[in-house]
Design a protein around this ligand. Structure first.
Ligand code: NDP
Length: 254
């Protein structure tokens, strides 16, 4: 029972893992024994992140590609499977944010958010899922958000995309659980990263957030590691289609 959370011998592809939450999850999974495939669109940042993991003594590979591009996804997933090894764990983490009032939201920004946060999750599951089905084993974790459940000013496409992540998670669970594939999600509350920098620096927002969150504070991205290790490991073999909120209690409070 003591090896329930052990990830030795497992290989994890984490999209958008050059910084922020993705990089922290990469470090966390590596500490539990997983070999990491780092991904991002920026080649230099992807190589630098993989090197940073290697310097800590972990096994890591840099595989830059754009998760909104089906051809690039398929080419790189095939390359990983054939040249690096089977992908045991897929974390769909890459995501972007754009802020505008709904009535003025530029169509192009709507498309970028939906393509990166929503369609890419579907494309990645298709590309990696077929190998997992052949092996009858796999763990897929999709990164949702508070906006998987709650709306908020100026970010309607983000909320639409994260609501869809919840339902892609459930749909994929229903179809893939029979192949011993667990598809779950993690929904982070508010965490201090590059994406939320403007909000962290906004004192009014931070004051509101601390009052609104039962834990009275911002989340530290490292606090997501436990959920990611759990959903990547044997410990969650009968947990499926679940969205685990890591939010200091925010969703539980009015
Ligand atoms: P960051 O902006 O810090 O990092 C985003 C990562 O995604 C980068 O590595 C970036 O790399 C990569 N990325 C962006 N677009 C693409 C693409 N098309 N293809 C491949 N990689 C891409 O974001 P966070 O760490 O804050 O967020 C990570 C996830 O967590 C997102 O899904 C976000 O919605 C979610 N989340 C974050 C919260 C927070 O409080 N920060 C709260 C709730 C959810 P590059 O620049 O090289 O493309």
């Amino acid at each position: 029972m003591k090896d329930l959370f052990d990830l030795q011998g497992k290989r994890a592809l984490i999209t958008g893992s050059t910084r922020g939450i993705g990089f922290l999850l990469a470090t966390g999974l590596a500490e539990y024994g997983a070999e990491i495939i780092v991904n991002g669109t920026n080649v230099e940042r992807t190589v630098a992140a993989a090197n940073a993991l290697k310097e800590k003594g972990f096994k890591a590979h840099a595989v830059p590609f754009d998760v909104t591009n089906k051809a690039e996804i398929e080419k790189n997933v095939a390359m990983i499977e054939q040249q690096i090894g089977p992908i045991d764990i897929l974390i769909n983490n890459a995501g972007i944010q754009r802020r505008h009032p709904i009535l003025e939201f530029p169509e192009q920004d709507w498309d970028s958010v939906i393509n990166t946060n929503q369609k890419a999750v579907f494309l990645m599951i298709q590309a990696v899922g077929k190998y997992m089905v052949e092996r009858k084993a796999g763990k897929i974790i999709n990164i949702g958000s508070m906006q998987s459940e709650l709306g908020r000013d100026t970010i309607t496409p983000y909320a639409a995309s994260k609501g869809a992540v919840k339902m892609i998670t459930r749909g994929a669970c229903v179809e893939l659980a029979r192949y011993n594939i667990q598809v779950n999600g993690i929904a982070p509350g508010y965490f201090k990263t590059e994406m939320t920098k403007a909000l962290v620096e906004n004192q009014q927002f931070t004051q509101w957030l601390c009052q609104r969150t039962p834990a009275n504070r911002w989340g530290d991205p490292g606090e997501l590691i436990g959920a990611a290790v759990f959903l990547s490991s044997k410990a969650s073999d009968f947990v499926n289609g679940h969205l685990l909120f890591v939010d200091g209690g925010m969703l539980a409070a009015v």
